[in-house]
Structure formats: C-alpha cells, structure tokens
Design a protein around this ligand. Sequence first.
Ligand SMILES: NC(=O)c1ccc[n+]([C@@H]2O[C@H](COP(=O)([O-])OP(=O)(O)OC[C@H]3O[C@@H](n4cnc5c(N)ncnc54)[C@H](OP(=O)(O)O)[C@@H]3O)[C@@H](O)[C@H]2O)c1
Length: 305
Amino acid sequence: MKKNKPSIGWIGAGRMGYEMAGRLAKGGADVLVWNRTKEKAKPLEKYGAKVADQLAELAARDIVFCMVSTWKDVKEVVTKLLAGKARPKMLIECSSISLEGSAELRTLLEKHKIQYLAAPVSGNAKVIKAGKLSFVCSGPKAAFDFAKPYLNLIAANSSYVGEGELSRIVKICHNVFLGVVTQSLAEITVLAQKAGVPRHAFLAFINQSVMGSTFTRYKTPAFVNLDFKVTFTPHLLRKDMDLGLDAGRKFEVPMPLASATRDLIQAMIGQGWTEEDFATLLLQQAEASGIKLKSENKEVGDGLS
Ligand SMILES: NC(=O)c1ccc[n+]([C@@H]2O[C@H](COP(=O)([O-])OP(=O)(O)OC[C@H]3O[C@@H](n4cnc5c(N)ncnc54)[C@H](OP(=O)(O)O)[C@@H]3O)[C@@H](O)[C@H]2O)c1
C-alpha cells in the first residue's frame, strides 16, 4: 500500500468481520478494529491491526467498514460512531440488511456528509481465507472507485450494480438461493442415501456434474461427515429468507420455494437446532425421512484449498 494511505476503522469482528479485517491488515492497510466483545478482535493484532477500546475512536478514520448482524445492530453501532464530533469520510456497510434499512442509513449519512457504499458479500469465513469472497456494491460510482483498492485486499471480486440500495436486493436474492439450494441438496442427498447410495459417492457425482457448484463442493464435507461447526447460523439465514419474502411482497413477486424453505428453517430453529451450522437442514430432512445419519468419516475436499 502506498504512503499517506487512508486510515481504516473496522466495526465487528465476528466470523466474517474478523477474517475480512484480517485480510486488510495483512495487506498492509492501517486498520483500527472495534468489536463489542473486545477479546474476539485482539488476535487481529498479530496481522498489524490495532484494537480500539471505544467505538467512538473509529470516527476519526477516513473509511469505516461495518460488519455486524441485522439492521437494528447496524443502526446501533453507527449511531454510537456518530455520537461525537469526528466523522469518517466514508462508510462501507457489509452486513446483510434490508433495502429499507440501507436507505435509512443513506439518509442519515448524507446528513453528516459521509459517503456511503452498500457492500454486502458472498462467501463464508473459509471462503474469505481462501481469497474467494465477492462484494456486491451500490451507491455513488465515485465511492466504489475510491473503495476498490481496499475491497481488493479483502475479496477476489467486487461487482458494482448501480446507485442506491441495489446491492441489497442482489444479496437478498443470493441468500434466498442459498437457503433453497441447501434444502434441495438436503432432500436429494437423503433420497439417494435412503435408496442405498452413500453420501460421499452421491455428492462426488453431483459436484462433477453440470449441477455442481462452488457451494455444493464446499458443503460436501459437512454433508458427508456431519461436521456442523457454524459457518452461518440458522438465525441469520432465517433473517435473510424473511428479507427475501418481504421484498417479494413489496415487489409482488410470488416466491413459493422461498416460502417453504423459510418454514423449514423455522422448524429447525423451533426444534432447538440453533447453535450449529444452517446445514443441519440435512439432519432435519433425514429425521423427516425416518433415517438417522452417521458420519461417513471420508476425506472429501471442499474445493477451496
Ligand atoms: N457467516 C456467513 O457465511 C455470512 C456470509 C455472508 C454474509 N453474512 C452476513 O454478515 C453479517 C455478519 O455475519 P457473521 O456470520 O460474521 O455473524 P457473527 O459471527 O454472529 O458476528 C456478528 C458480529 O456483529 C457484532 N454485533 C452484533 N450485534 C451487535 C450490536 N448490537 N452492537 C455491536 N456489535 C454487534 C458481534 O459482536 P460480538 O462479537 O460482541 O457478538 C459480531 O462481531 C450478517 O449480516 C450475516 O448475515 C454472513
């Protein structure tokens, strides 16, 4: 990175924020991180990041990234960020939030003369580590151009889709697809297994077929070996399915598959499957099919490393 580089603030060192801020710091950016639970951010110091005690310390940074959970959380942290006199030049908001929340944030930031780029992402923490994250961005094109060198340190791709909150609807559509595809993959994997095909053999074929994808490949170890360490929580996926259904209502688009999948995620949460990965949709599907799954203990690749 060149001298006189902009100073960066980073809000939120959860599963995603930690890895994203880590890539920025490793890439040589001057990063000051704040996380509500400070201990989670501390290990970022080994990559050269600084860790703030107070959120307000980030307000004097040139660019502030935000990666928390819901719109309510974004509103809370941005309100605290702007409580003092200092103002960043730009805010890049990466959480998966609604169009309405994002528009409210734009109005608030305009009042404070802060440029705003809406920049949600595709990929989980492992995808970030593998350097394969994608940003989808909207807002003023000049803001995107200014942010691009920093987005490039974090992700392999950054798409600019236009003004305003357009990136939010793209991300919502993406995650509705994630939910529906995961449920569909769970259904067909259980069907093949109940008919006698081991999961590793079934998924090896699917992954090499025209229907295989980066996603089916990286979910394969979880489906085969029942490793449900969280990459994305059922609660966060339900939030995104709800955002998709709300958008469907707003734009009068029927979404029958999304509706059914949303309820299956709800059923999973209702049964108490909340602390593991959302891919436990597979276990719920197996239960509904009258079979109990066991790990196949097979070495299977995730297509990322
Ligand atoms: N995981 C994925 O695969 C994935 C992929 C793409 C997009 N996303 C989206 O990215 C966002 C983050 O996801 P994640 O998986 O990283 O979630 P996570 O691991 O649960 O992390 C959430 C982060 O937000 C912070 N936070 C939440 N509410 C807050 C509040 N009211 N005030 C201050 N800090 C708050 C948490 O702080 P604490 O550490 O103190 O709890 C933590 O740093 C979500 O919008 C999610 O939908 C996730």
